[in-house]
Design a protein around this ligand. Structure first.
Ligand code: SAH
Length: 217
């Protein structure tokens, strides 16, 4: 669980790189500057933790590319008072960045191994989101509505159930497309029954899958 001066130096360089790629929200950059990304990956990947690339984690999933984490977070225009839902906890890295920004976070993962991993790691680093094991397509109707929703796996379309769990004025960021490429969509709930949709570039995420992995075995 070491985070030494070398890690901190590499992290600072990575943040500078992301800033140069166009991220402007200093609160996002500052939070990412604090979260020790190398602790979310296997030891053998230490040398890769501070390059701007996605990386394999367990259960055939990936830790998102730092630039992608930054852009999804920036799009949401996070405020400390926000109640946020994350679909796809994965390694827990994106969750840590959101917690570092002071939000109250609810995060769902469908793979037991990743749910177990992040639920142990994040509290050890001082981050305390509420963890849920299950199908993110359903959201968390009993805990909503949410000011912001972030989906970190590629969906075929924008799930209606998630739209309904936004507050009026709330925002969701979600990559939508097929298995090979997705378009980042920004969905805003403008009134009780009206939503607007904007697009923010092309990305590649692991696919969003239905159900929970235990049920599929
Ligand atoms: N936010 C993560 C990115 C993980 S990749 C990070 O920072 O590391 C996307 C994750 O979404 C994977 O862990 C995958 O298991 C999960 N996922 C896919 N479909 C899901 C669903 N229907 N419900 C919840 N999680 C899902």
């Amino acid at each position: 669980m070491e985070d030494n001066f070398r890690h901190k130096g590499l992290r600072k360089r990575l943040i500078d790189e992301i800033r140069q790629k166009g991220i402007r929200d200093e609160s996002v950059l500052q939070a990412m500057g604090k979260v020790p990304r190398h602790l979310f990956m296997d030891n053998s990947f230490l040398g890769f933790a501070y390059v701007d690339k996605a990386f394999p984690i367990s259960a055939g999933q990936t830790i998102s590319q730092p630039y992608t984490v930054a852009i999804q977070t920036e799009i949401l225009q996070i405020k400390r008072s926000d109640k946020v839902l994350e679909v796809g906890t994965g390694s827990g890295y994106q969750a840590a960045v959101l917690c570092e920004m002071g939000v109250s976070l609810y995060t769902i993962e469908r793979q037991r191994a990743l749910y177990d991993f992040s639920r142990l790691l994040l509290p050890r680093l001082g981050y305390h989101p509420q963890f849920f094991y299950g199908d993110g397509y359903q959201g968390l109707p009993t805990y909503g509505p949410f000011d912001k929703i972030i989906v970190t796996a590629g969906a075929e379309s924008v799930p209606e159930k998630l739209k309904e769990q936004l507050v009026v004025g709330g925002k969701m960021v979600i990559p939508v497309g097929d298995r090979l490429h997705q378009v980042m969509k920004i969905v805003e709930r403008v009134t009780e029954n009206e939503y607007t949709e904007l697009e923010a570039g092309n990305f590649v995420f692991v696919p969003m899958l239905p159900g929970v992995s235990d049920q599929l075995r």
